[in-house]
Ligand binder design. Structure first.
Ligand code: ADP
Ligand code: SF4
Length: 690
């Protein structure tokens, strides 16, 4: 199919200093959980995006010196020749598809507390980075940089730039964002210096300007130099001479870099969940930059709609369409637009499971794209599978897992029948996506159903509940059971170990709410699942006018939401909706009128009025259908939530794997283990310095 003419503008080349991006699709630096310890995993992950049509593909944060050590978070480095070798694998993979490779040179300053290298963190004025976000909290405090430290910092950037060019990078970033060292020089709250690097905005931008110059000079103008800058706080600071300090700073730096990459300051706003932020949510903060500079500007906004992308360019907000999450969910997004197949884009749902992977310290995982992070280890490609399927498969259950299994088995060439008991496909997402803010999560279903409906070898049957006899009568060569999980009414003790179901009047689980049971208020929601369900149900009940109290054994609402950047907004949503929030409490008893709670640490008891109690605690998988078929000796696989109840991402990944491996030859299933390059591999007697 041909590209729609209105999208042609997205495929125009863009000059970035001495380099030219082949189109406007720019995979901006983003965390992948992949470090120099996994060079091939990283290269395959990034290279896949180049194959999918992204014109520029970047690394994540890449430390310029051991005084910038983010452990236990995964980060890359450019400290020595072994690191050069590790990055060269990635730049080769990116160049192989005609894309430019960019590296985000990074010094974390006070926000990187050097847990492994144990250097004292560096800062402009000794002001600590006090964030309580996962992994950032620390008992270490930074020291004040003197002029020698500033000279060192500039030299480290220059040396890292030389290594970056050796590794094959085309675009070198100076990173003044997200609380990291150059950002701290820009913001007066962190920068209280009285020398030439502090005070007026002109002095505060000095370091950033010198870093840009140093990187450019170190590579003799051969590489493009980008400035990545966070503007949220600066834009909120007043200025005597401009609409905000952000305007002043950009005006002062307008001719310094070859490219501006503009963003927010905090992970929760920069990478905001779709539950609380829509596509293009950065625009009100970054929209002015393009008007102050003639250098190209790239920015993100979880863009998946090509019409929105065109509008960003035509309205003069951005020159290049930045993508982090959309490029993870669909590395082939640009190619699909180019080939007139934009309705086949696997759109990011904004769930932030990807960012939770970084917080977990592991390779990126994605709800929509189960192949993310598996390109090299398992050899999974996001668009193609081996076409080796022979015979028929019956997939029972049309939730995320069943749909993913059917799709991948169909692509392998099996004759696939998908049987779903309900009138509609979608499983748990049919209802969950109707909870406040979760509408975009149904893209998991829309994408897969859209693909399945085009496949001649797949037939979809709704309103088809399958028991063991129906399955046997159907007579498929293989059976995949993906029948989902159920919520239990189990409580938990102060030690958070699940106990037994609570038996009392008007006790409900999320499955009851999904079935539409009428709830009498006031209602309490007791959450020890700690993901979105407890908070989303509270919002749902409050929206019906019910007086709602959220109770959790954890220290904050939706405790695991700190991993997905949801936690701040959950508390804000509770406040807007008038939902009471009681933390560090477990349910001791409930009689249909009053709820007895006890504090998990002190044991102190209190009672609150509640006519209904919703328990959001433990889910139970398992499948009587699977048990009966297995015991009867049938070739059957159990997958998705029925196998192990978890987030949708886990169900989709499990089902994808089950479908790839069903009846596959053992030689077709391999799991490779990556290994780092080391200085000692580069020659006798060569050891790394740090
Ligand atoms: P998962 O996340 O693992 O896909 P879901 O709970 O979302 O799990 O989906 C499971 C689907 O399986 C539901 O749509 C449910 O209606 C369907 N299902 C459960 N049991 C049967 C059955 N015996 N026959 C057909 N469909 C079933
Ligand atoms: Fe988007 Fe969720 Fe995938 Fe992240 S994990 S890229 S937010 S779909």
């Amino acid at each position: 199919m041909a590209r729609k003419a209105r999208f042609d503008i997205l495929f125009e080349p863009v000059r970035i200093g001495p380099k030219t991006a082949p189109n406007r699709f720019f995979q901006v630096p983003h965390a992948s959980g992949m470090t120099n310890a996994n060079p091939h995993v990283r290269a395959a992950f990034r290279g896949m995006k180049a194959e999918g049509g992204w014109g520029v593909v970047s690394t994540g944060a890449c430390s310029v010196h051991p005084t910038s050590d983010d452990s236990p978070f995964p980060f890359a480095s450019l400290w020595d020749e072994a690191d050069v070798r590790a990055h060269a694998v990635m730049t080769e993979a990116v160049h192989a598809h005609g894309a430019l490779a960019a590296v985000e040179l990074w010094h974390g300053g006070a926000a990187a507390v050097n847990r492994t290298t144990r250097h004292a963190p560096l800062s402009p004025s000794g002001v600590p980075w006090m964030a309580t976000h996962v992994g950032f909290m620390s008992s270490a405090r930074p020291r004040v940089m003197d002029r020698g430290d500033i000279r060192d910092l500039i030299r480290w950037h220059a040396e890292a730039a030389v290594r970056a060019e050796q590794a094959g990078f085309d675009i070198l970033y100076v990173y003044a964002g997200m609380g990291y060292l150059p950002y701290q020089f820009l913001l007066a709250d962190y920068n209280r210096r009285t020398d030439a690097y502090g005070g007026s905005p002109g002095n505060r931008v000095r370091l950033v300007a010198e870093l840009i110059d140093a990187v450019r000079e170190a590579t003799h103008g051969r590489c493009a130099v980008a400035l990545r800058i966070s503007l949220q706080e600066l834009r909120s600071r007043p200025s005597d001479s401009a609409p905000s300090e952000a305007h002043e700073v950009i005006a002062l730096l307008k001719d310094a870099p070859d490219l501006f990459d503009v963003k927010m300051d905090y992970s929760a706003t920069d990478c905001a969940p779709s539950r609380f932020a829509s596509e293009g949510s950065h625009e009100p903060v970054v929209d002015f930059v393009r008007k102050l500079t003639d250098r190209p500007v790239v920015g993100v906004g979880r863009f998946t709609s090509p019409d929105t992308m065109v509008s960003m360019v035509r309205r003069g907000v951005l020159d290049l369409i930045g993508g982090a999450r959309p490029s993870i969910a669909d590395p082939f997004l640009p190619r699909k637009i180019d080939e007139g197949r934009e309705d086949e884009i696997r759109e990011c749902i904004g769930c932030n499971i990807c960012i939770s992977s970084w917080h977990d310290g592991v390779w990126v995982r994605c709800t929509q794209n189960p192949t993310a992070g598996e390109e090299w280890r398992r050899g999974w490609h996001p668009e193609t599978v081996r076409r080796d399927g022979a015979g028929s498969v019956l997939v029972v259950g049309g939730g995320p897992a069943g749909l993913e299994a059917a799709l991948t088995l169909g692509r392998r060439g099996f004759r696939v029948t998908l049987a779903e008991a309900r009138r509609e496909f979608g499983g748990r997402l049919l209802w969950e996506s109707r909870l406040p803010g979760l509408r975009q999560w149904f893209r998991v279903v829309d994408y897969r159903l859209g693909q399945l409906r085009r496949m001649a070898n797949v037939s979809l049957h709704a309103e088809s509940p399958m028991g063991p006899e129906e399955v046997r009568d159907f007579g498929a060569d293989h059976v995949v059971v993906a029948t989902g999980a159920r919520w239990t009414a189990n409580l938990c003790g102060a030690n958070e170990i699940p106990t037994v179901p609570l038996v009392a009047p008007r006790v409900y689980t999320p499955d009851d709410i999904a079935a539409g049971v009428a709830i009498a208020g006031p209602v309490a929601v007791f959450d020890f699942d700690n993901y979105y369900m407890g908070s989303a149900i509270s919002e749902h009940l409050a929206a019906q006018g019910l007086q709602t109290t959220y109770v959790t054994s954890a220290g904050s609402a939706q405790a695991w939401g700190v991993m997905t950047n949801e936690q701040p907004q959950v508390h804000q949503a509770f406040r807007r909706a008038g939902i009471g929030c009681r933390t560090l409490q477990v349910v001791e008893g409930f009689d249909g009128e009053s709820l007895a709670l006890s504090h998990v640490f002190s044991g102190e008891r209190q009672e609150i009025a509640a006519r209904s109690l919703v328990i959001v605690g433990q889910r139970e998988g398992g499948s009587p259908l699977y048990d009966a078929l297995r015991d009867g000796g049938a070739p059957v696989v159990l997958t998705g939530d029925a196998n192990a109840p978890g987030a949708v991402a886990h169900a989709v990944w499990q089902a994808h794997r089950a479908a790839r491996e069903l009846a596959a030859a053992p030689s077709a299933i391999s799991v490779r283990r990556d290994a780092p390059f080391a200085m000692r591999d580069l020659g006798p007697g060569r050891e790394a310095a740090e």
